[in-house]
Design a protein around this ligand. Structure first.
Ligand code: SF4
Ligand code: SF4
Length: 429
């Protein structure tokens, strides 16, 4: 729960908002719902009322409008006064009692599964078994999902596909640099990335090695706490942060992530653990070494690949890369360096796709409206590949493409770069 000193600092952060409304046009929920209470300014007003004691923490309206926020932080990018909306929202959510609508389901899922690497692995195995046996297909064929609310069928269809045993093989703890060594880095494997996008983690290791980096991938990393922090479960997030800091050697030149949500969380560890005497300094030092893979490669700089990816590609900015980390030029520069790749800009690429952690589970209808808009724009680019640097967005866009029958591949930029280094022909034109 939020303490008295947190409340004071929250009030100071809230005071920075001058109610100008410049953030409103960038807010996806205000766009689809048209209600000021579902806008950044409206939510800040409601959070201030909570902090001032005007509205109780279990107020249904307050909880409804805070629950509908994606925490996409587009409003932060737009705000000329530097209001740190994401921090205010996450700390306010932490002040809400766990039984309220804004926190209940999230706390169970996040604390019960994502807080424990073993349980998460078991959930992944159960999911793989479900997909391999074809139980879902049979249930769908016999009309089982028609007996359930529509969202169940959609959420089942959204599940990431089973990855073969090779992709799931753990990465070596140490991968040697190719050519002259330029850096020694740690790789965050992540919970969702590790379970469902192991191929991208392997590609990230190969790309780093091809760029002269020695890669250390510690075992037993688990979740970084991002999902917990966004849901307001700050204590669980702190526990995950301490565990992760302990995993990585302090001599590494950088800690690399390929998931926008994780990167944004890792960069905030210094703030998250600022009151922990044992970890405050280490957390600050750790956070300062965190880099998104695109950001790191662009700064290194990238060794241009010889191979080609002959395809039209469009790029979707993950919110926590674009708005939380302000990383948007670098992934585009990395893609543009791939011979043969035709990069076309996506209209509204900085707008949320509706995935937003577990938002597509908790706020299914709004999430699908945002996805619809996104898929219209993706289809208009004529691209055959959508590149995106976050697993949640990849799952959401893949689902959007499947449900429209669009033949579009969704890939991480590093997957495409890896293909170019390996000289694979993409064959996607
Ligand atoms: S959050 Fe920023 S942009 Fe939005 S109303 Fe407040 S000051 Fe204006
Ligand atoms: S975080 Fe996103 S959804 Fe929430 S108020 Fe800001 S712009 Fe709107």
């Amino acid at each position: 729960m939020t303490t008295v000193s947190d409340t004071q600092s929250l009030k100071m952060l809230l005071r920075k908002c001058v109610h100008c409304g410049l953030c409103l046009p960038t807010c996806p929920t205000y766009d689809v719902l048209g209600d000021e209470r579902d806008s950044p300014r409206g939510r800040l007003f409601q959070m201030k009322a909570l902090m001032d004691g005007v509205v109780p923490a279990d107020d249904p309206s307050l909880n409804r409008h805070l629950s509908r926020c994606l925490d996409c932080r587009a409003c932060e990018t737009a705000c000329p006064s530097g209001v740190r909306y994401g921090q205010i929202l996450e700390e306010t959510r932490a002040a809400l009692p766990p039984s309220t609508a804004a926190t209940a389901g999230r706390t169970i899922v996040l604390g019960g599964v994502f807080g424990h690497p073993g349980r998460l692995a078991a959930a992944g195995m159960a999911l793989r078994a479900y997909q391999r046996t074809g139980a879902g297909r049979v249930f769908r064929r016999i009309g089982g999902f028609s007996l359930l609310p529509p969202r169940f069928g959609a959420l089942e269809a959204m599940l990431p596909p089973f990855q073969g045993p090779v992709a799931r093989k753990p990465l070596p703890v140490l991968t040697a640099a190719r050519g002259t060594r330029r850096a020694k880095v740690g790789l965050l494997t992540g919970c969702v990335m590790g379970q469902f996008f192991a191929g991208t983690n392997a590609a990230t290791t190969r790309v780093l090695a091809a760029n002269g980096c020695e890669v250390v991938t510690p075992r037993g990393q688990g979740c970084c706490g991002a999902l917990h922090a966004h849901a307001g479960a700050r204590e669980q997030a702190r526990a995950r942060a301490r565990a992760l800091i302990d995993c990585f050697d302090s001599s590494l030149d950088a800690i690399i992530t390929n998931a926008a949500g994780c990167g944004s969380m890792l960069k905030e560890y210094g703030h998250l653990l600022r009151d922990d005497p044992a970890y405050a300094e280490r957390a600050q030092a750790f956070a300062s070494r965190v880099k998104d893979i695109g950001e790191f490669l662009a700064e290194l700089p990238l060794r241009p690949p010889d191979g080609r990816v002959d395809a039209r590609v469009t790029y979707q900015d993950a919110c926590h890369l674009r708005h939380a980390q302000r990383v948007w030029r670098q992934p585009r520069a990395v893609l543009a360096a791939i011979p043969g790749l035709d990069l076309v800009e996506l209209e509204g690429s900085a707008d949320c796709c509706g995935s937003a952690g577990i938002y597509n589970v908790t706020q299914f209808d709004i999430s699908m409206r945002l996805l619809d808009q996104k898929m219209d724009r993706i289809a208009a680019t004529g691209a055959r590949i959508v590149a995106v640097g976050n697993p949640g967005c990849a799952i959401q866009i893949k689902y959007g493409a499947r449900s429209r029958g669009l033949r579009i591949e969704v890939a991480h930029p590093v997957d495409l770069l890896d293909r170019a280094y390996r000289g694979e022909r993409s064959g996607t034109h």
